[in-house]
Structures are given as structure tokens and as C-alpha cells.
Design a protein around this ligand. Sequence first.
Ligand SMILES: [Zn+2]
Length: 126
Amino acid sequence: MTDLLALPKAELHLHLEGAIRADTAAELAARHGVPAPPTGPFAGLGDFVVAYERARDLIGSLEDLHRVARELVEDAAAQGVVWTEVHLIPRRMPAGWVRGRPCWRRFWTGCAPGPRLSPRRVSSSG
Ligand SMILES: [Zn+2]
């Protein structure tokens, strides 16, 4: 039987905010004094969007953004992802620290490759 984790994969439309780890979301929620967003399964798209928006709203600082971005890359590498097209919705993030090109610059700073990050390519569409 083929080991699916060993096969190379591509993520063609991955929302950063939707890829936040459940334990990271719980930690950030506790820090912000709000309930952690549900992790599913969801009854429908509406419930998913509510959970997504609650997770998105937990990213309240550049440090949070860097952490979520770094963990996204770590998780992708662990799953054999060799190409990731990450999407952000900067207009939903706090004004002043995430806008347009500066947003991407800050995002990539958080994704700076380290010894545990090994995807061969990460695109910047969005
Ligand atoms: Zn989308």
C-alpha cells in the first residue's frame, strides 16, 4: 500500500487563517479571553465561515501572524506538501500593520526558512 504522507502534494488555495492549528487557536483564544473557535465537523458553510472568522480574529499581532505562518509551513512540510499557495485576507486584519505589499513582507518574515521548514516552494498569490 502506498504511504500517502510520502507522496508529494500541492496546496492550491490555502487560507492562512483557516489553517491555524487547533491548539494554537485555543492558546490565542485564552490569551484574548474569548472562546476557542470550533474545529468541526460543521453542519454547513455558514458554521464553517463563523469558525473561520473567529480563528482569523485571534491573529491580533505580528507575532501571532508569524507564528501561524511558521506553523502552516511546518505542517505543510510534515504532510509532504511541496507547493503551497497561501491566501491572506489583509483587509480583515488590524489596520496599520497588515496592508498590501507590507503585509506580504511581514508574512514572509514569519515564514523564513529554518531547519524544520522544508517545502521546496511557497507561492505568494493572494
Ligand atoms: Zn478562498
